[in-house]
Design a protein around this ligand. Structure first.
Ligand SMILES: N[C@@H](CCC(=O)N[C@@H](CS)C(=O)NCC(=O)O)C(=O)O
Length: 241
């Protein structure tokens, strides 16, 4: 039995995690038969979601999950792409999961009003007496990590400029196509569209939302993806085990 561990709809998105959305879409694209369950980060070595179990085998990280499932099913999410498209596919994934992901994370977690509206909910299980300290530690650690990686040293204007350049590249690649590499979704569509959906949600007050929504073809693309993979009435339910 194959189980994908993640979280279901939150923040007006199919999942609070773009990586969970990505893997959910990739498993659907592969035609995999799988269950969904609520992630318990303390139960896995990397302490990140998504993770997947295939019988007794644990696979962590969206990239390794995809590789595992492609090998298992004898199918590739790059089928039909030539070598240049395959290279571009990987580059687009890395771009979406690089600057864009970091800017989105900072908007959600490091802007107090957004944090109080959204991510604070993840601390609901921490006893009230320890909650403020736990939040302080996590936010301090996150800010330090982002500073070390470089993105946290930029002004907000500079960060948004970096995100805008990423978005322009994605919008140009899409041009008038339905998906990044033509009329069928492939591996990178899952990664890139998940990051766009996470960045464009109107749940948070963020200039990033307007940057994404300023591209008409990105809005159409997100709508197309949501209709295909996350029809509103059947957004994935990740039940508590
Ligand atoms: N490289 C990982 C990234 C996964 C990731 O960052 N997941 C976040 C949720 S969006 C997470 O589990 N964060 C928990 C933490 O860092 O403590 C992948 O592609 O699966």
């Amino acid at each position: 039995m194959i189980t994908l561990y993640g979280w279901g709809p939150m923040f007006d998105c199919p999942s609070p995690s773009p990586y969970v959305m990505k893997t959910d879409m990739q498993l659907q694209l592969l035609g995999a038969s799988f269950n969904r369950a609520y992630a318990d980060l303390e139960s896995v070595p990397k302490r990140k979601a998504p993770y997947l179990t295939d019988g007794s085998l644990l696979v962590e990280d969206s990239n390794f999950i995809r590789a595992h499932m492609e090998a298992r099913l004898g199918r590739s999410l790059l089928d039909g792409l030539d070598d240049a498209q395959r290279a571009a596919s990987w580059a687009f994934e890395r771009m979406a999961e690089g600057h864009l992901a970091s800017v989105m994370l900072m908007e959600r977690w490091l802007k107090d009003a957004n944090f109080q509206k959204g991510p604070v909910q993840f601390f609901g299980d921490v006893p009230a007496a320890h909650r403020a300290e736990a939040i302080k530690q996590v936010l301090g650690g996150l800010a330090a990590t982002l500073y070390e990686s470089g993105i946290g040293r930029h002004s907000e204007t500079e960060r948004l400029q970096l995100a805008a350049w990423d978005l322009e590249a994605i919008a140009s690649q899409l041009a008038g196509q339905d998906f990044l590499f033509g009329d069928k979704p492939t591996a990178a569509d899952a990664s890139v569209s998940a990051m766009l959906i996470a960045s464009a949600t109107e749940f948070f007050d963020s200039p990033l939302t307007g940057l994404v929504r300023g591209h008409g073809n990105l809005v159409d693309y997100m709508d197309r993806i949501k209709a295909r993979f996350f029809a509103v009435n059947s957004w994935p339910a990740y039940e508590m085990a």
